[in-house]
Design a protein around this ligand. Structure first.
Ligand SMILES: Nc1ncnc2c1ncn2[C@@H]1O[C@H](COP(=O)(O)OP(=O)(O)OP(=O)(O)O)[C@@H](O)[C@H]1O
Ligand SMILES: [Mg+2]
Length: 220
């Protein structure tokens, strides 16, 4: 589900459509079937109108949760909600619909501050309202470059802030990742030797993600 008005996720699958906006505003949420294992509920610029459109509606922040509750969406093993970076109506809708939250972060001071601000706002919304019930699975470092000392320092700072919430595995910065994004493909499906490192990293992250989800149910 592409909850970002920029629609980059949808564009990477060459889909330009307003399925999410339509679904959130009482219309039909048309899902695009990418392949036999993946479907996309696309987002586009129309999502910028949502805030105005839902102004004053008492369920404005619960629309996505209610939408994903319908039977059509019960066939999926996992529903991934890709959110915009700020805490607007779309992000609150996504957090309200989510069982788990993952924060991808590249090791820059800028994104660290952004995430701290976001977590502070989330804490406020959570305290004020009871629509958020998610479990924070953790922080995944993306585009990691081990050469500059500063990125290693920032990584340590992320660890200090998030402790065991920091994933053990990360994704390194690599031109291979960009190539795969441009082709609209997945890293895990890449066969070539040149993709071996990125593929192994993404598989390790995925396993850790699944383990953390499972552990959250076992531990409660
Ligand atoms: N591991 C990586 N190595 C190299 N480049 C990367 C990596 N991850 C992401 N990128 C580059 O950064 C771009 C943005 O990445 P990503 O989509 O993860 O970030 P985002 O903050 O969600 O951005 P968006 O505004 O597009 O939603 C990608 O299109 C890609 O070009
Ligand atoms: Mg994004």
């Amino acid at each position: 589900v592409d909850c970002d008005p920029q629609g980059n996720l949808s564009k990477s699958f060459e889909v330009e459509a307003s399925g999410l906006y339509d679904g959130l505003t009482g219309g039909e949420a048309i899902v695009h079937h990418i392949n036999n294992r993946l479907a996309l509920l696309p987002g586009n610029l129309s999502l910028t109108l949502l805030e105005k459109r839902l102004l004053g509606e008492i369920d404005a922040y619960e629309r996505l949760r209610d939408l994903l509750d319908i039977e059509e969406f019960s066939v999926y093993d996992f529903i991934l909600l890709d959110t915009p970076p700020s805490l607007g109506i779309l992000t609150i809708n996504a957090l309200g619909a989510a069982d788990h939250v993952v924060i991808p972060m590249s090791p820059s001071l800028y994104s660290m501050q952004g995430t701290n601000d976001l977590m502070a706002s989330v804490a406020k919304v959570r305290g004020r309202d009871s629509i958020l019930h998610f479990n924070l699975l953790g922080v995944i470092i993306n585009a990691y470059d081990s050469v500059p000392v500063i990125t290693r320092e920032i990584r340590e700072e992320i660890r200090e802030n998030f402790a065991e919430k920091l994933f053990t595995y990360h994704l390194s910065r690599s031109i291979r990742v960009e190539e795969v994004i441009i082709r609209g493909e997945g890293l895990a499906q890449q066969k070539g030797r040149e993709y071996a490192k990125a593929r192994e990293e993404i598989l390790a992250i995925t396993k850790e993600l699944l383990n953390r989800i499972e552990a959250s149910y076992v531990l409660g």
